[in-house]
Design a binder for this molecule. Structure first.
Ligand code: AGP
Length: 606
């Protein structure tokens, strides 16, 4: 998720472009750039780091023009550095892009054969060369032809030095909004960048384009047919916009999870063969089949995602897995035999315990694969290969969408490994079909947010809470407890449900809320027994059940339902109610949900 902005018709356009970038920085902040169109050519500056780093290198006189585009990046392809920062240039063309070009590899080969030289590792640079290659004096025509050759998602803004007052924008899958002004017009990823100039906006839909000049805006579809779009009035303030209208980044990120799962498997699934391709892994089929043991290294929420991965990989790929608290692993003398792969799971890619544990595993001969959300992070750079989860920036300290992104990646990895040993093509197809239904099923759970807030009211003043789950839902119980602890400061513990009888059951009384994840799977009868044990001791029961369940529902004080799905995919649904429950309880207690006390988004000190 990057931020793009384009403005035409404002003298010294660099100033409002930079202001627009500052307002979009929450969308991505690892590198930035700006370009203006001048009759003599494109003038462009770009730099690694935040907007202020860019401001330190630019010469505003050099950028003195009235039409330009700018970009703040959240890297997906290629390290955050000056070369990979946007805008990307080709001849007199400059492009800024938000999204992922899936077939950039093939296009890059074709363009290289035509003599185009690539200066970056990005997918976006392909677009600049493609548009330049197709340009015959009319920019929007060249953009239309180029986009017809592209697979993937895009929100783009393009300028050309021979048409120095024109910006062409287009979208498919990534947001793009046009700001209609009196003597100038604007284009941006979201209205945050435009708000200071106009409240009159046009929201572009997929496969729609806009051609902006100072005098006006023309909207067309990708076949250059004019379309009429409504101009809408923005009523929100900046804070609301950056949070997408949600009260907190955490809630916004919880509601982004349908897209998180989609973006995690986008371009990586092969439904026709029930298989998966994870290009960044750089492992041959033979190397995949030679894996003898997997060690997962992580902390906090990422550790819980790792535990889900353990259940899945052992069950479906039949490879032994150990999940290690990275902070413990690094100081133990771990045994690493040949054929051991270490998966290092970290949202930020900067958690020092996980980083050092990874270095220790490497020192002892393990092949290390990073699963992270931040391109160019230390763990990404130091692991031999890796998989990005593509969840976009996660601002809320309490991790939510990164967790579902990590679990989706571990599910894909399970299928990749399993399809080379134990999983049939038919089973693989069934899993992928159901995985593609998960985003909608998550939406069905999110629709219960108001109901979950009502449930939260009954528990917001409690001091303790127990979370129980079995099998692949045990890590979800741990994650639910962590979310509640982190943001509401209520003491909470997650336990394997059967373990309750070996101690925690002593805590059960009418003041003890117990959250039980009791979906319909192989252990249903067992978990129903655990619910009855709590019931018998007058504990307050909140059950997460599969739609249509009546038995456990009848034993519970409050019930939250999730749609039925394959057991291996249940964690992607059962975690959502627990995130929402923790969120609503914390809000009801008046806590600062996005910046909880004593916590940091990335723990970079021991
Ligand atoms: C989770 O909500 C917390 N922010 C914390 O436990 C976090 O998961 C842990 O610090 C690991 O962070 P990482 O995924 O960035 O390595």
């Amino acid at each position: 998720m990057c931020g793009i902005v384009g403005i035409t018709g404002v003298p010294q356009v660099a100033y409002p472009l930079l202001e627009g970038l500052r307002r979009l920085e929450y969308r991505g902040y690892d590198s930035a750039g700006i370009a203006v169109a001048k009759a003599g050519g494109i003038v462009c500056y770009k730099e690694k780091g935040k907007i202020k780093e860019l401001e330190e290198i630019i010469d505003l006189d050099d950028l003195d023009a009235s039409c330009g585009i700018a970009h703040t990046r959240w890297a997906t392809h290629g390290q955050p550095n000056r070369e990979n920062a946007h805008p990307h240039l080709s001849g007199k063309v400059a492009v800024v892009h938000n999204g992922i070009i899936e077939n950039f590899g093939a296009l890059k080969v074709a363009l290289s054969n035509k003599g185009y030289v690539f200066h970056s590792e990005t997918d976006t640079e392909v677009l600049a060369h493609l548009i330049n290659d197709l340009y015959r004096g009319n920019l929007e025509k060249a953009v239309q032809q180029a986009l017809k050759l592209v697979d993937g998602t895009f929100g783009i803004a393009v300028i050309h030095a021979d048409e120095p007052r024109k910006i062409v924008g287009a979208r498919r899958g990534s947001p793009l909004v046009v700001g209609v002004g009196e003597t100038a017009n604007y284009l941006a990823s979201d209205v945050a960048a435009i708000l200071g100039h106009t409240r009159q906006v046009i929201y572009l839909d997929d496969w729609e384009m806009a051609v902006l000049t100072p005098e006006g805006v023309t909207t067309t579809n990708i076949d250059n047919q004019q379309i009429t779009k409504d101009i809408e009035e923005i009523t929100w303030d900046l804070d609301q916009i950056q949070k997408g209208g949600y009260a907190h980044y955490m809630l916004k990120e919880i509601f982004e999870q349908p897209d998180t799962v989609l973006d995690a498997f986008r371009g990586r699934i092969l439904p026709a063969t029930g298989d998966v391709k994870l290009g960044g892994l750089e492992l041959t089929d033979w190397e995949l089949r030679s894996i003898r043991r997997i060690i997962i290294l992580a902390c906090g929420t990422s550790y819980h995602a790792g535990l889900v991965g353990e259940y899945l990989i052992e069950e479906y790929a039949r490879i032994p897995v150990e999940v290690e608290y990275a902070s413990e692993f690094r100081y133990r003398s771990p045994i690493i035999e040949p054929g051991t792969i270490c998966l290092t799971v970290s949202q930020s890619g900067e958690t020092i315990d996980t980083l050092e544990a990874m270095r220790e595993a490497k020192r002892r001969g393990a092949k290390v694969i990073g699963i992270t959300n931040v391109v160019g992070s230390t763990i990404a750079r130091e692991s031999e290969s890796g998989i990005y989860i593509h969840a976009g920036p996660e601002i809320g300290v309490a991790s939510t969408k990164a967790f579902t992104g990590q679990v989706t990646i571990l599910t894909l990895l399970t299928l990749l490994l399993g399809r080379r040993t134990h999983i049939s093509a038919e089973k693989g197809m069934q899993i992928l079909e159901e995985l593609q239904r998960i985003p909608d099923k998550i939406r069905q759970v999110l629709d219960q947010s108001d109901k979950i807030r009502e449930i939260a009211k009954a528990y917001a003043q409690d001091h303790n809470c127990l979370y129980l789950g079995r099998g692949v839902n045990f890590p979800i119980a741990l994650e639910g407890a962590l979310k509640l602890k982190e943001i509401s400061y209520i003491h909470a513990e997650g336990y394997p449900a059967a373990e309750m009888k070996h101690g925690p059951i002593a805590l059960i009384d009418p003041q003890m809320p117990v959250v039980v994840i009791s979906t319909r799977d192989g252990s249903y009868e067992k978990i129903r027994g655990n619910v009855q044990e709590v019931r018998a001791r007058h504990g307050k029961i909140i059950s997460v059940v599969t739609e249509g369940d009546t038995e456990i529902a009848a034993l519970s004080d409050h019930v939250i339902t999730i749609p039925p799905t394959l057991n291996m995919l249940t964690p992607l649904l059962s975690v959502i109610p627990l995130q929402l429950l923790a969120y609503h309880i914390a809000v009801l207690r008046g806590e600062d949900v996005d910046q909880p006390r004593n916590l940091a988004k990335a723990v970079t000190v021991e």
